[in-house]
Every structure is written in C-alpha cells, then in structure tokens.
Design a protein around this ligand. Structure first.
Ligand code: SF4
Length: 286
C-alpha cells in the first residue's frame, strides 16, 4: 500500500502564532500568573494537555467565553486564535485581569470589515457554525449581525438592505458557494466577501487534487477545519475519508483493498500526532 503525505497540512500560521504567544507568556516572569486559556486556545486535546503540563490553566466546557470568564478571578487571560467579542474584553478588563490577545490576524480582518459596514448602516449576514467560538466572537460585535449556516437559514432570513456578507475562516470552500448563490438570488445588491483563510483553502484544494483510494484526516473532532477537510474529501473529492484524533482510532478494516492512502491533518494538529498515525498505517500495511 502506498502512503502519501499531503502538503500543505498541519499547523497554520495563526495556530503557530497563538501557541508561541501563550508559551512565551508562561515563560515570561513579568506576566501575571496564573495564565488561563479562555476556551481552548486551539482545538486539539493533545496540545491543550501539553500546555496544562507547562502550568497553563484551561477554562472550557459548554459555556460561552463571557460565562467562562466567571471562573477566572486573577492572573492573565489569553484570547484564543478564534477571537472573542468586545464584551469579553470589557468584562476581563473590569475584573482586573491581564489580557493577552492571540486572535488570528485573519479573524481580525473579518471583525474589522464587519465594523466598517456596520458604521455605514449595513445589516450583516455572517456564514458560520452555531456555537463555534469564532462565530460567537463575531456575533457579539452587534445585534445587526445574522448567523446563517445553511440554505434553510437564508430562506427564513428577513432583513433589510443594504447587506454585507462574510464568513467564518474555516468553512468548506465548496459548500459556501451554494450559500453565496442563494444569498445573491434573495438579496441581489448584497456585497459578498469570502474570507475563508488561505491556510484552509490550500489544504482543501490539495485534498481535491489528490489521487487516493482512502484519505485519513488527523485532527480533533472539535476542530472546524479538520472536520471540513474530511467532508470535502468525502463529499467533493468523492474519496472515502475518516477523521481520527490519533493512531488509536485507526481501524485495520479501513485499509482492506486500498492501494493508496493519503494522510492530511487539520490546522491545529501537532506534527508528532500525524507522524504517529503514519507509523501505525505503515504497520497495518505490512
Ligand atoms: S485556520 Fe486560518 S483563520 Fe484559523 S487560525 Fe489558522 S490561519 Fe488563522
């Protein structure tokens, strides 16, 4: 069985930056401790575990960022690569917490564009995933931002023009086209800006241009971009695909009658986790 490692894959610039920011802060004696990640700084359990071992604390769970702040009374709070709403910054400041902002610059481009159009009295359609922290951060900017996740949401939407349309950075390049088209039909004058980031776009294009019988995507189940890679592979490239968090989730049966297997990983997956998956597949193929 041929094993092909797709490229690019793995850590994107925004994730590398966020990790450097938080580790540098932990190592800097002049920064107030303890250091807390407000929600997971990136969506990968093995990375969070390693950061916890360095002494960096996590607050996470089925709560939004504003609610999570109630669990922090002192020290430094780090805003994750997904960004946060203005109310989160205000509340952290009011509590006297030191704030370190690891929001990805690509996410800030989306925030800033939205603010520009809000200042010109536009309503905003934001295409994203309900409950995802990046969407939560954007929706907290204004009540004039309307989240849509699928075609039904657009059909049910009733808002006045002028309208500006933008999106979460980690969506599927292929799914979003249908949503943009539906918006164009309903609101023909809407200004649409696709803000799927380059890292996401490139990884999805590589998936589309590959030749394989099976594709293994390594990434956390909570990672939006990892999940989208698996979906693009399965639904758009029509290649059987599985999303695994680590090598223990591989099933020997998946590889029966497979001549070529490709491996890719999400933007928040550490290279050593992907390598362990590759080594296990090599063993299975013997
Ligand atoms: S996936 Fe894109 S937007 Fe998200 S952190 Fe990486 S570079 Fe930034």
């Amino acid at each position: 069985m041929e094993i092909k490692k797709l490229s690019p894959q793995g850590y994107c610039g925004g994730v590398k930056r966020a990790l450097k920011i938080i580790i540098d802060a932990q190592n800097n004696p002049s920064i107030k401790k303890p250091i807390y990640m407000l929600g997971n700084i990136i969506h990968n359990k093995s990375v969070i575990k390693k950061l916890n071992e360095l002494g960096i604390k996590s607050v996470d769970g089925k709560k939004n960022r504003l609610e999570l702040l109630d669990e922090i009374e002192s020290g430094t709070v780090v805003i994750s690569a997904h960004g946060a709403s203005p109310d989160v910054f205000k509340k952290a400041k009011k509590k006297g917490l030191n704030i370190i902002d690891a929001t990805c610059p690509n996410v800030y481009v989306v925030h800033n564009n939205i603010k520009k159009y809000l200042n010109n009295d536009f309503n905003i359609i934001y295409i994203g995933t309900k409950g995802h922290p990046e969407a939560e951060g954007v929706l907290g900017i204004s009540s004039k931002i309307f989240l849509v996740s699928n075609l039904d949401d657009i059909e049910n939407l009733k808002i006045a023009e002028p309208i500006y349309v933008t999106n979460q950075t980690t969506l599927s390049v292929y799914d979003i086209k249908d949503i943009f088209n539906a918006i164009k039909i309903k609101y023909s004058n809407a200004i649409i800006e696709d803000k799927i980031c380059n890292a996401t776009t490139l990884r999805q294009k590589v998936i589309m241009n590959q030749k394989a019988d099976l594709c293994i995507v390594v990434g956390d189940k909570t990672s939006s971009n990892s999940f989208k890679l698996q979906q693009v592979c399965q639904n758009n490239a029509h290649i059987k695909s599985y999303l695994v968090e680590n090598e223990t989730e591989l099933d020997d049966n998946w590889f029966k009658n497979v001549n070529t297997v490709s491996i890719t990983s999400g933007a928040s997956t550490p290279p050593e986790v992907t390598q362990a998956v590759i080594e296990k597949i090599k063993m299975i193929s013997k």
